[in-house]
Design a protein around this ligand. Structure first.
Ligand SMILES: O=C(O)CNC(=O)[C@H](CS)NC(=O)CCC(=O)C(=O)O
Length: 276
């Protein structure tokens, strides 16, 4: 799914619901929401104020209810979660809801976007308010094993290798790429991770100009294990990129090019010196 989320969770939930009304009929279905889909650009203080304890609160209740009502597996983008009321930082948590509306997994964004970008925002320092995750998380479903990652994580292939080793067939990547870096890198990075690990990639996106002036890149994507783009949102409006996915197609790709078997960690590092 692609969204242009506001800082207001209730309004964002309504927009997500409006998009879910447009879903095709086939089930089982996996729906991936973008990063910060319930609260985008509110500032770190506000995000900490609305952060919820696991299993408790209107953001989690809202997503659970939507997963159940629309009978879909729902990846809740990311939302601010805390583990203790006195935590100063929150996790950028990606929650997985099954079609019964139960939260069955949580992944905390592992790589934080402390980056300078040549855009209006200029300086991003996500770690000032977000606690980095330390766990690789997969979820088994009736249509394959899902491996979780978020946005900037896509620049770290080791995480995707670890997800594949843990059995992943489908990577999900809730994102909010900047317009500038997305334009340069988004398609290459998402396709590269799919090709390297021979997994589907479902990359959700924030898109367009947000209330705080930030511009996000959009281009929500579904990519197969051969790196082909199966679906893509064409505009910067909220919308869906939908594809029929059969994880059986991965068997032949993995058999023909057995990279998982060929993977070989180098044991030596050789520095050739040009000095005499
Ligand atoms: O802050 C929020 O409200 C939501 N979170 C984000 O927008 C995050 C952290 S600032 N954005 C990214 O990770 C962009 C990555 C990116 O653009 C790249 O890797 O090039």
């Amino acid at each position: 799914m692609q969204l242009t989320s506001s800082p207001r969770p209730q309004q964002n939930l309504q927009e997500i619901e409006a998009q879910l009304q447009q879903l095709p009929d086939f089930r089982p279905q996996l729906v991936v929401l973008p990063e910060a889909c319930l609260c985008f650009g509110a500032g770190d203080k506000r995000q900490r104020e609305i952060a919820e304890l696991p299993g408790v609160g209107p953001m989690q209740d809202g997503l659970a209810e939507l997963a159940k009502r629309f009978n879909v597996w729902l990846i809740g983008g990311t939302m601010p979660l805390i583990d203790n009321v006195d935590d100063t930082k929150f996790s950028a948590a990606s929650l997985v809801f099954n079609p019964q509306g139960e939260c069955v997994a949580r992944y905390n964004k592992m790589h934080l976007f402390d980056v300078d970008v040549a855009d209006k925002t200029k300086s991003y320092r996500e770690s000032h308010w977000t606690e980095a995750g330390d766990s690789v998380v997969t979820v088994t479903t009736e249509f394959g094993t899902i491996g979780l990652a978020v946005c900037y994580d896509v620049r770290f292939p080791e995480l995707f290798r670890a997800l594949r080793n843990a059995g992943a067939d489908i990577f999900v990547l809730p994102s909010a790429f900047t317009q500038v870096t997305g334009n340069a890198h988004w398609h290459v990075l998402t396709r590269a991770r799919a090709i390297e690990q021979q997994c589907f990639m479902v990359a959700a996106a924030q898109a367009g100009e947000h209330e705080n002036g930030r511009q996000t890149y959009g281009h929500a994507l579904v990519i197969d294990g051969w790196g082909r783009i199966l679906a893509e949102t064409e505009t910067l409006q909220p919308g869906l990129a939908t594809a029929l996915v059969n994880t059986d197609s991965l068997h032949k790709i993995r058999q023909d090019i057995p990279v998982a078997k060929h993977f070989n960690r180098s044991k030596k590092v050789i520095h050739a010196s040009t000095e005499r």
